[in-house]
Ligand binder design. Structure first.
Ligand code: ASP
Length: 349
């Protein structure tokens, strides 16, 4: 009789960071008044009924933080990326699951998507971020199903090394495109103006789309959905970089002047020093009023790097000759800010 080959057990590494998914309220029917970040990651995962797939993987738990994601600071990102790099050396690891608050999950997803895309051979197992709109203590908590969906995806061979995804309410979004667009519904996210990667129904993922590719020093989308490129540090260079540059966002709006820009330029932050980069959340195609443009130009002359994005929720910017600053095709201002920060770090800023 042939010996049965031992089934390879996969490993899923869970990182808890807090958020509503781990939030607690005294009243299980109160979904508004609760404290984010109460239940630890191991306990959260233990509440999920995985069914027969529970035998297909082992879990490792690391509590990275226990916060409301509005309070997230860069050191949590460096800790996450350091732990991901550490565990990526373990061949049993099939994926990472990060529980996160919904408020800034799109920023963490974008940051991780960019940083891991640059790693040699794109060798990092899939990273799935998930979250919840209702606290863990709620009678109808949505977190357990979201965790179950995300784990199901990570242990599915079809999703091996699929970059960074956000799994919520039965949808799988690309980390680069996802945005929170609602504050009051379980399906709070959208990938618009692009499509989500997949929908999960009864454990089946549909509509899987091609992945992004990156070359060694710049990040380019292979599809023509979104075109942008910028320099990005390696994970090691990022971890060795002491002070992240200060990059802020400025809006253009009716009656806007350059005052805010001058104020930002003249301000010396005790924690992050002088202004190094500025993202314009411009009107429409990323435009700015005459006075804002003038102020941006003076900031540029003072050595501040200016990138132009749009305040429109689902902007796709076209290259135009009359754009005054670097045109950041279609990225939201908060994501453009992350990209500009990484670009400055890569250039020893
Ligand atoms: N304030 C929460 C957070 O982002 C919201 C949530 O998780 O839904 O941490």
């Amino acid at each position: 009789m042939q010996p049965q080959s031992a089934k390879k057990i996969k490993k899923v590494v869970f990182f808890g960071t807090g958020g509503t998914i781990s939030g607690l309220s005294d009243d299980p029917n109160d979904t508004l008044n609760y404290t984010a970040g109460g239940v630890g990651i191991a306990e959260l995962a233990s509440q999920v009924r995985m069914g027969s797939s529970a035998n297909d993987f082992v879990s490792v738990f690391e509590q990275i933080a226990q916060i409301d994601s509005k309070d997230l600071q860069f050191p949590i990102w460096t800790q996450l990326i350091e732990r991901i790099k550490y565990w990526a050396h373990d061949p049993a690891v099939c994926g990472f699951l990060i529980t996160h608050g919904t408020d800034t999950i799109e920023e963490t997803a974008f940051f991780l998507a960019v940083m891991t895309a640059f790693e040699k051979n794109h060798d990092i197992p899939t990273i799935a971020l998930t979250c919840a709109m209702l606290p863990a203590s709620s009678t109808n908590a949505d977190g357990p199903q979201n965790i179950k969906d995300a784990v199901g995806l990570l242990i599915d061979d079809a999703w091996t090394k699929s970059g960074v995804v956000v799994v919520c309410a039965g949808e799988v979004h690309r980390g680069e495109f996802v945005q929170k667009i609602y504050t009051d519904r379980l399906n709070a996210f959208s990938s618009l103006p692009y499509e989500s990667l997949a929908t999960i129904k009864d454990g089946i993922s549909l509509n899987k789309k091609p992945l992004l590719q990156a070359n060694s020093n710049s990040f380019n989308h292979v599809s023509n959905e979104l075109r942008f490129d910028f320099d990005c540090p390696s994970i090691d260079d990022l971890l060795n970089h002491k002070e992240w540059p200060r990059v802020d966002i400025i809006h253009n709006y009716v009656n806007s002047s350059g005052d805010m820009i001058h104020a930002l330029l003249n301000y010396q932050s005790p924690s992050s020093g002088s202004l190094r980069g500025l993202v314009l959340a411009g009107t429409g195609m990323g435009t700015a009023s005459e006075s804002v443009t003038k102020a941006l130009k003076s900031a540029q002359s003072a050595g501040v790097l200016i990138w132009q994005s749009s305040r429109c929720a689902f902007a796709v910017l076209n290259v135009r000759d009359d754009l005054n600053f670097y045109d950041f095709h279609g990225l939201t201002p908060v994501k453009a800010r992350i990209a500009l920060t990484l670009h400055l770090i890569a250039n020893k800023g």
